[in-house]
Write a protein that binds this ligand. Sequence first.
Ligand code: SF4
Length: 407
Amino acid sequence: MKSRCEKRGFYFTSINEKADVYVINGCCVTSRAAYETRLLAKKAFQNNKQAKVIVCGCPSYMQREREMLKEIGVHFILGHSYKHEIPDFILRALNGESGVFADEGSKSYVDESVLCRFGNRARAFCKIEEGCNFHCTFCILPMVRGKERSKSIENVLKEIRCLVTSGHKEIVLTGTNIGSYRFGFKKLLKLVEQMDGEFRIRISSIEPVYIDDSLTDILKESKKIVNHMHIPLQSGSERILKLMGRPYRKEDYYDIAWRLSKLGIALGTDVIVGFPTETDEDFEETRAFIENLPLQYAHVFVYSRRENTPAASLKGEVNGRIAKERSRIIRRIIASKNYAFRKSLEGKKVEIITEPTEVLINGKVYRKGVSKEYVSVLVPSSIPPYEKIEVKISHADYSFTFAELSQ
Ligand code: SF4
């Protein structure tokens, strides 16, 4: 949306500044995300009472969200396919028009556009598919994003080439459920591997059911794909996994995690605690399971009830205080695993890509870089951004990982 607007000559400010039009790319994967979308809309009006505000994306398909956004005074609420017409909607809003454009058809739109620039970051995101055909009972995404549809191989390769040519050093392949890429995810990886250029590829998040021997072989042999994967677990309780409609058993996950770890691949995951009916015993099963996984990090969520999902009608809601305590317990385990992982890198050489982001710690300015293992590494600020360099990890403490140029 940003690059389409730039091409039409729009000038950008941040959400904290006064603007004529605010465009919010909304989210509703959890009730918190939907709330934050509404909060941003309110903030836009606080910055400029006369502003035109447009909210795009998933919240537009949820009636309750639409009503609340209208109450706030949002001018246009747009479904996915309308995002590519965003410059026109901005002009229409400025001309006093308003409305909701979120028909069912807009959930089946295939975005074949080729992006050549991803903001000022060194890492660019390349969306290869959208939507999901799975039926995880807690998840609203199939309802608001629609069924799987994929960008053609030709356009994905074109986009990667264009992003690399314009200076991006790492391309992150993303989507709602990228393993289901219609034209063959493994085929795509093999073609990307053959491309010219000094760039890295990161697989954003992939469901466990897609990790098989042939994918592992591709990862093993690849010179471009980084040694990091994000594979959602969601629960370590066999009973809860079943209730969640997740199509694998916990031992499958365990085998995959250790197989990848032995190949030197750093692993991240997602965990949901407080799913309806989750007992102390179920949670203990999850806790013990996570203790035994080779994880670098995890995103831990307290279950968020989403209207019209199968899980929303399950009896046996977990008390909010108990769910939060369970989340704290898992976060503590993950924090110590993450610390141990980063500590194990001390004295080792890693490849990082530096970002424009600078961080001030105890009066000293550092530049942020991201390693192949998906560790945020701080280096002296004299090192310029957008560099792919080798550094030596000098020290990891509980919050940060420091490195110096390797000799
Ligand atoms: S695979 Fe992911 S996006 Fe698809 S239904 Fe499950 S949680 Fe949602």
